[in-house]
Write a protein that binds this ligand. Structure first.
Ligand SMILES: [Zn+2]
Ligand SMILES: [Zn+2]
Length: 165
């Protein structure tokens, strides 16, 4: 609260009068929101809100804030500040929601990426190369009618398939 000279005058603080039945003249300061004049103790604004409205508040974060406001010592219930408070709260809420949704989108993107990378890339393994080589040799030795080596290669082929299953 800036207390420049234009913002100070002497008079009765309405909050002191209502709450403490104190009608003495005091140094008063102007609330920059509602433009009302209050003593040093009451010049800071607080929310205009009823206990039942707090009880009905479903947003737990806002509810906690409202309880805090309720417990505030001094201050004056300021309708202008209350309106601004709820407007800024709504904006914050909206921003939080948008942030939350953006974060969700990102998680989904990551999930999609993970799924695409899950698709196994077909790699030619040592087993495949060995089998192909053996088949070529087998065909060659069958062609040249070398049955012994052909049977040997066939056995070797079976062995590779069993070992590198
Ligand atoms: Zn006062
Ligand atoms: Zn005010």
């Amino acid at each position: 609260m800036e207390n420049s000279n234009e913002n100070i005058k002497f008079g009765i603080c309405p909050e002191c009068k209502i709450r403490e039945d104190d009608s003495s003249e005091k140094k008063l300061y102007q609330c920059s929101y509602c433009k009302g004049w209050f003593c040093e103790k009451h010049v800071e604004p607080k929310l205009v809100i009823t206990w039942s409205a707090i009880e009905r508040t479903r947003n737990p974060f806002l509810k906690e804030k409202l309880y805090e406001e309720w417990r505030k010592e001094g201050h004056h219930p300021c309708s202008v500040w209350t309106m601004q408070y709820f407007e800024s709260f709504e904006i914050k809420e909206k921003e939080e929601r948008e942030k939350f949704l953006k974060a969700l989108d990102k998680i989904e993107e990551i999930n999609l990426y993970d799924k695409s990378s899950e698709v196994p890339k077909r790699k030619i393994s040592f087993k495949d190369i060995a089998i192909i080589l053996m088949l070529i040799l087998l065909i060659y030795f069958i062609a040249v009618r070398n049955i012994t080596i052909s049977i040997f290669i066939l056995l070797f082929l079976a062995l590779i398939i069993v070992i590198f299953r």
